[in-house]
Design a protein around this ligand. Sequence first.
Ligand SMILES: [Zn+2]
Ligand SMILES: [Zn+2]
Length: 381
Amino acid sequence: MSQQKDLYEILGVPRNAEPDVIKKAYRQLAMKFHPDKNPGNKEAENKFKEAAGAYEILSNAEKRAKYDRFGHAAFGQGAGGGAGFQDINDIFSSFGDIFGDIFGESMMGGRSRGGRRRPARGADLRYMLDIDLKDAVDGCENEVKFDSEDNCEPCNGSGGDPKHPPQPCSTCRGSGQIVRAQGFFSMATTCPTCRGEGQIVTHPCKSCHGKGRIHAKRKIKVKVPPGVDNGTRLRLTGEGEGGFYGGPAGDLYVEIRIKEDRRFERRENDLIGRVEVSYLQAILGAEIEVETLKGREFIEIPAGTQPGAMIKLGGKGVPSLRGYARGDMYFEVKVQIPKKLSKREEESLREMAEATGENVQRKAKAFFGSSKKKTNVEPEH
Ligand SMILES: [Zn+2]
Ligand SMILES: [Zn+2]
């Protein structure tokens, strides 16, 4: 085995160098001897490895102290510039830091490492659609407009100008990963040059400015089937955001919200409205005109209808979404008692009361402030 070089010498720093001086020195060496800049240069590759090994130890206060006291002997049969780890995990965690740190700042512009470009499904979108009760009952077709994102067609999501297709990354030869031999270990790390994408965009696409995605204003027709309720979700397959790199588009979920209707309340598939009748109509019965969702109709108020009675209009409710049944329409009867009677009305009603022997004598008005027991009664006339 050749004689091992002094780690400080490798990095070209004094023995009392501050950690940031060591880091800076390593960064310069790593850039200078980076295999990407020195293709096929065995010597540069060795220097690159050597520097990494030296940095590994000198960037760690504990290891550096050991090295200062015992030299290479502190690490046994060393790898690279003298590193000798017992556990492979030590190397992985240590190397992750080194490359993440060094290249993270100098070559990746501080951006996190991206993944390789694989086809992926676009995102699902949700759209809230407000419709009238009538449209919920009958079904309708609505045009919905929304913002979406799509794969950029001219560059097919690559972000590169179609006339200048992305070039395979020379650092990783298109694999997105670099494998480095460090002594007896081989390690794969995300390629710092292409951030794991395996290719480099040399001329950004003009349509998407290199993003690979474009903003899209979408406008589509949504068919709402009869019978939807508040919260019904309609799924429109493939109408969501565009996929990535040839992946399928996401879905569009249209969620129904039914605007409140002043005339009808919905209970399951029945519709409940109200009808006001006079006391005479309630007593004697009548045919009354009511408003339905499809115009005006007559309903029969039978003689002797009680307040609160429900008059049914069969089959005029909401159809079942599954299509086999339909609810009914009901009108709740409100009986109007007149607050004032004409003289003639009062006379005939009193006559009727007399005939049926009912007591319709009014208690005379009490004076204000009088006690409950003593009531001053005024004569009727
Ligand atoms: Zn690469
Ligand atoms: Zn593009």
